[in-house]
Design a protein around this ligand. Structure first.
Ligand code: ZN
Ligand code: ZN
Ligand code: ZN
Length: 349
């Protein structure tokens, strides 16, 4: 195995989780860049915004009023994409026009009463209630007989379409498994029956030996740029212990999850000295009542930024019609993330 040969020649890489290929074109990073590289202005959000529908005590669009919460706070989304008791539908015209009922509960979870406090700016102590909120929601929603899957995710930044800057996540519980979960579950199950071991346990061991793409870690978690990353600074957070869900984490691991999230998001913010936009979310076992030893708790970070705070990657052209492609190698991206400061740039002044 010679990883050196991947450094400056176009090639493709395999993603064993999705069973898809990504094209890597490292020779193109030599290409001259005509655009401007700008720093985004530092946004100074207030601690409290009287017009924010997530701040404590404020009225929401649906007419409800938030309590004067002092830690985390979750509620059913006033504009939920899914409803728990929708009208039953069922269509199958000639195997081509197919539709069916989808039940769901969509919640919003505020990380803190503070309007301006993002994960990288929170202390490990302040992050623990956020982890506990995710676990409570997973247990609460997942325990309902019809809920087969709970997706916890955060869309951060206007670039990701986040409609409100108040740090928050969304939790969507559904009666069916989403596409990505079905795909990864099939890959994980196939790997474990073929190799009698867990794909992500094996992968983490390999990356820990190679030490090329690991960005940060603690006793319980590691964050790395996966070999098959599509987004320029995509990362994968993996639990060191084989565990199927966030609810299985012990007390120490719950603290450590907050700590490792702080580590990676500080590095992200420091990369372009901006509040770094991303979509992140956890992948874990479905809540369908089956046993799922094939699942290994992990989270994906998909940030859109490419070479500065204002230049983003677009999935267009070949990527829309064929498959994903990237220029900067995952190893070069890992190198950038490894070499930024561990101290948030706003704390350095
Ligand atoms: Zn707010
Ligand atoms: Zn595992
Ligand atoms: Zn996944």
């Amino acid at each position: 195995m010679n990883l050196e040969q991947l450094k400056d020649t176009p090639h493709r890489r395999y993603n064993p989780l999705t069973q898809e290929w990504v094209i890597v074109s490292p020779h193109r990073t030599q290409r001259p860049w005509q655009g401007k590289v700008e720093k985004a202005p530092l946004e100074d959000a207030p601690h409290f915004d009287p017009d924010c529908y997530l701040c404590p005590g404020n009225a929401r669009a649906g007419g409800a009023r938030n309590p004067k919460y002092s830690s985390t706070f979750a509620f059913d989304n006033d504009y939920a994409a899914l409803l728990p008791d929708p009208q039953e539908v069922g269509i199958d015209h000639d195997n081509l026009l197919i539709a069916g009922t989808e039940r769901g509960i969509c919640r919003v979870g505020c990380f803190s009463p503070r309007h301006d406090l993002t994960i990288p700016r929170m202390s490990v102590r302040e992050l623990r209630p956020v982890v506990d909120l995710w676990i409570d929601q997973f247990n609460d929603l997942g325990s309902r007989a019809w809920v087969k899957h709970v997706q916890i995710f955060e869309n951060r930044g206007a670039m990701m379409g986040a409609s409100n800057p108040h740090p928050h996540c969304q939790i969507w519980a559904t009666a069916h498994l989403p596409n990505q979960t079905i795909r990864e579950q099939a890959s994980l199950a196939a790997y474990s029956s073929k190799h009698q071991s867990c794909m992500l346990c094996d992968y983490l061991r390999l990356e820990s030996d190679l030490r090329q793409r690991v960005i940060c870690e603690n006793d319980s978690f590691a964050v790395l740029v996966p070999f098959w990353a599509v987004w320029p600074f995509e990362t994968l957070l993996i639990s060191k212990r084989h565990t199927e869900s966030i609810a299985d984490l012990d007390n120490h691991e719950r603290d450590q999850l907050g700590e490792v999230l702080q580590q990676i998001t500080i590095r992200y913010d420091n990369l372009f000295e901006v509040s770094f936009p991303y979509s992140m979310g956890f992948h874990q076992r479905p809540t369908d009542g089956e046993r799922h030893p094939e699942w290994h708790l992990h989270a994906h970070f998909y940030p859109p930024l490419l070479r500065s705070a204002t230049i983003q990657k677009f999935m267009v052209g070949f990527e829309m019609l064929g498959g994903p492609q990237r220029d900067i190698t995952p190893e070069a991206a890992a190198d950038r993330l490894q070499n930024v400061s561990k101290i948030h740039f706003r704390d350095r002044a």
